[in-house]
Design a protein around this ligand. Structure first.
Ligand SMILES: [Zn+2]
Length: 189
């Protein structure tokens, strides 16, 4: 049983995108989940939300989300994963427009699956200078320009188990996740 099962995490950004509030359970989740620091960064109050998103594709999507939710004043919902080496966590993000123009980001864990520990998902071990692209929303790995696979399958297909030092992750968005997010934003109109 995941101790975080069913918990809801939230943070609020002001009209400029600065993080002004995070829920109390947020930091402990970030600290106890090495390897998923991109899901929930630490020490964030007073910083810009977009400063915690390092790849241009995810950054662009978050800009669109903030813009459209403010413009249409309606909640938007997105599915994403926030995995740990031994768990797949399925979450739902709801972005809520507040009266003063700020936005609330609420994430809830809706399901957790245990899995065999995946060494590649650890962030506390030495990694090589090679990069693997991981989708920031579904956590699939790009095995070619167009194909994305679950991490366990990607390890087999790319024969990553043969490597002595594992590659690092760089983030992006797979086409299905990007399309689903855009469809959700288009439905707000
Ligand atoms: Zn994806």
């Amino acid at each position: 049983m995941d101790q975080y099962q069913s918990e809801t995490y939230s943070h609020k950004v002001d009209t400029k995108g600065i993080i002004v509030n995070v829920s109390d359970n947020w930091q402990s989740f970030a600290e106890e989940n090495l390897g998923v620091s991109t899901c929930l960064p630490k020490n964030v109050i007073g910083t810009h939300l977009l400063d915690h998103i390092h790849d241009p594709e995810t950054k662009h999507l978050y800009e669109l989300i903030m813009h459209k939710v403010r413009k249409y004043r309606r909640n938007a919902m997105f599915s994403f994963r926030c995995d740990a080496p031994d768990k797949r966590r399925y979450l739902e993000l709801t972005v809520i427009p507040l009266k003063d123009g700020s936005l609330e980001f609420k994430s809830q864990i809706i399901r957790t699956e245990l899995r065999e520990f995946v060494e590649l998902m650890r962030s506390d071990i030495e990694k090589s200078e090679e990069y693997l692209k991981i989708c920031s929303m579904c956590k699939k790995i790009a095995i070619s320009e167009t194909e994305w696979e679950e991490v366990e399958i990607a390890i087999e297909k790319m024969r990553l188990f043969e490597l002595e030092v594992l590659p690092q992750f760089t983030h992006g968005l797979c086409q299905p996740c990007y399309s689903a997010a855009i469809a959700e934003l288009d439905s707000l109109k």
